[in-house]
Design a protein around this ligand. Structure first.
Ligand code: GLV
Ligand code: MG
Length: 345
């Protein structure tokens, strides 16, 4: 992909727009909590929910009926103007760029709450061209409305073409905040044969080999379900981390199976993701628990850092070899633990 020269990459894209961040602001974003802003009852709950979560997001896209799109946009503006979000992030998921609502979402939100919005989540991103379009438009609107800090872009990875172009998307702009896996749209786009929103499938797995010489009996052979999102998730983590942006698991749609939600979020956490979406209030606690490091792991990681104060050399702790690389692993966990501690839970 042809890209800007290093010196030009960090220049504002419009005269009067704020300079892009060189490093992302350090923020805890364990759960991105979705609310439907066209529903008055939900809008009334925004201040209470915002005080409980790391990120609150007004959803304007899928799940909002076509005839409520404008009401949802107006509802988000009203809720955002009425609430002080403190250290909680305020995000929006706008409608996609080829929809009839995407342009007005961007223009109206930037003119009314552009100084409050932290991140715009952009669905159905197919390639870097989508990011470039939004990037330029946001810079113009920031300049026009005197917005003082850049509004960041978070891409949803939910089309086969987007997965193909993931490295270019992640590197498209210093405005990139991160990416979320969108397993529902991605399943449809890929032609996967599942109607679930994230998680496993009872038939996606491996059957153990038959025991030689034993009677053929499928029931006695272990079948172990596998994670159908593993490949995409790791690809996303690599694309994000290589570019200094953040990877997230997206939605888990089965609200009747908290354990499966926990297991899916935990896989994502262990493989490098920093958070996931919460679509139901009970998923807030699940995400908080899963995306905060385990206290035993933190205690062990602290012992590694203490045993190697300058981060070099090799020591043994409880029979386990530690060196410069495990020191870096330990630092990831201890840094996250410190962020969680600062947030106060
Ligand atoms: C989320 O938007 C998804 O499609 O899974
Ligand atoms: Mg989607």
């Amino acid at each position: 992909m042809q890209s800007k020269t290093p010196r030009n990459f960090f220049k504002p894209l419009a005269v009067g727009a704020p300079a892009p961040y060189r490093e992302l602001p350090t923020r805890l974003e364990r759960m991105i909590h979705f609310f439907p802003p066209h529903v008055e009852k939900m809008r009334a709950k925004v201040p209470a929910i915002a005080s409980e979560v790391d990120v609150i997001l007004g959803n304007l896209e899928d799940a909002i009926p076509a005839d409520a799109k404008e009401q949802a946009r107006a509802g988000l503006i009203e809720a955002a103007q009425a609430c002080d979000f403190g250290s909680t992030g305020l995000w929006v998921r706008i409608n996609c760029l080829n929809s009839p609502w995407g342009l007005d979402d961007i223009v109206e939100l930037m003119s009314s709450i552009g100084n409050k919005l932290d991140v715009i989540m952009l669905p159905k991103v197919d390639g870097a061209w989508d990011i470039h379009y939004l990037d330029q438009l946001l810079a113009q609107l920031e300049a026009k409305h005197g917005i003082t800090k850049p509004v960041l872009i978070h891409a949803i990875l939910e089309t086969a073409e987007g997965v193909n172009n993931i490295a270019d998307i992640a590197a498209a702009s210093p405005r990139m905040h991160g990416m979320s896996l969108g397993p529902a749209d991605l399943a449809a786009s890929r032609g996967m044969k599942t109607t679930r929103v994230g998680g496993g499938h009872p038939f996606y797995g491996m059957l153990a080999d038959p025991v030689e010489g034993a009677e053929i009996d499928v029931a006695s052979r272990a079948f172990v379900q596998q994670d159908p999102w593993h490949y995409t998730l790791v690809k996303m983590v690599d694309a994000c981390m290589a570019n200094g942006i953040k990877p997230f698991y997206g939605p888990f749609g089965d609200f009747s199976d908290d354990e499966a939600c926990r297991a899916q979020f935990r896989n994502a956490f262990l493989l490098g993701c920093v958070g996931a979406w919460s679509l139901h209030p009970k998923q807030i606690a699940i995400a908080r628990e899963v995306f905060s490091p385990d206290p035993d792991e933190v205690a062990f990681a602290k012992r590694i850092l203490e045993a190697m104060p300058d981060g070099t050399g090799a020591v043994m702790i409880d029979g386990k070899m530690q060196d410069d690389a495990t020191w870096k692993q330990a630092k990831v966990i201890v840094d996250l633990a410190m962020l969680v501690e600062q947030k106060g839970a």
